[in-house]
Design a protein around this ligand. Structure first.
Ligand code: SF4
Length: 294
């Protein structure tokens, strides 16, 4: 591979050689990781009993002004890893930690290297399902080319309006790209798609519009995860309305819309509970979890 076109930015950076230049995302000719390990906060099918083996890649194709992971997504903190070192980390997660899957968090700039690491492990008889954990800002061509790394698609639908995607994430074309990615994943393996709808302060109507699109253009059988945990971070702290949390009313509007659109497969959170765990969509909850419908 020469000029990178892995993500919708298609910046064509000549990044895959030692004296190459970084892409728009900041990625260069090797893998860069910030953190890895078993994680128990993902949706239940991914967490399972032994946790999801999250691998947090440094750099990101999005530039979200409110990003909670800015030390590594924006500033690239982390360590460079060879393909062999990445394979060793994945091996440890599989054999020592016995996680349920390899959860690739924002993997897109590094897909060729991840595939090489997976090939090393496959020869040893080590394999796990891959979770492609993404903002949704993906190219369908890339998803098809690397579908072997997408046993599960965990994709966001973050915005429904182009102007918000540009303002908040410097991501022109996000809405079309993310919807195309979700559509692809739905046709590729509908049982292994989870769409995360993060409710953003002042933009809960966009979360409702994303749910409406899902219900009308795909199906209300899509598994959705309606997320309330937005916390102001990074430049969001100085940029209204991203400088505040989501109100209970904003979250309730989205959770109720999920029920109204007929989604019964997925999860919501109860903002009044100190327990951040996810409750099944459409069920009356006990133990601090609330129902979707008012
Ligand atoms: S993954 Fe990075 S280098 Fe590749 S096209 Fe996207 S922004 Fe450019």
């Amino acid at each position: 591979m020469n000029f990178c076109e892995l993500c919708p930015r298609r910046c064509r950076a000549d990044r895959f050689r030692a004296d190459g230049t970084p892409g728009f995302c900041g990625a260069k000719d090797g893998v860069r990781l910030f953190r890895w390990g078993p994680h128990f906060g993902e949706e239940p099918p991914l967490t399972g009993k032994r946790g999801s083996g999250c691998i947090f890649f440094s750099r990101c194709t999005m530039k979200c002004l409110y990003c909670q992971n800015s030390p590594w997504s924006w500033r690239g903190e982390g360590d460079g890893k060879s393909v062999e070192e990445l394979a060793a980390i994945m091996r440890d997660l599989a054999l020592r930690d016995r996680v349920e899957n390899w959860n690739l968090v924002s993997p897109t700039p590094y897909l060729p290297f991840i595939r090489e690491a997976a090939a090393i492990l496959r020869k040893e008889g080590v394999s796990l399902p891959f979770v492609w954990n993404s903002s949704g800002f993906e190219r369908v061509e890339t998803l098809e080319e690397y579908s072997d790394l997408c046993d599960w698609a965990l994709f966001d639908l973050r915005y429904s309006r182009e102007e918000t995607a540009v303002m908040a994430s410097a991501a022109p074309g996000y809405v079309e790209a993310a919807r195309s990615a979700v559509r692809w994943a739905w046709s590729y393996n509908p049982d292994h798609l989870i769409v995360r709808v993060l409710v953003l302060p002042g933009h809960s109507d966009e979360a409702v519009e994303s749910l409406a699109w899902l219900a009308t253009e795909l199906s209300s059988d899509v598994a959705v995860s309606v997320m309330s945990q937005y916390t102001p971070a990074y430049k969001g702290k100085e940029t209204p309305p991203f400088d505040r949390g989501v109100t209970e009313d904003e979250y309730a509007d989205v959770a109720e819309a999920a029920a109204d659109f007929g989604f019964t497969n997925g999860w919501v959170q109860d903002m009044s509970s100190s327990d951040p765990s996810l409750a099944l969509l459409g069920e009356n909850m006990t133990s601090g979890h609330g129902p979707v419908s008012a």
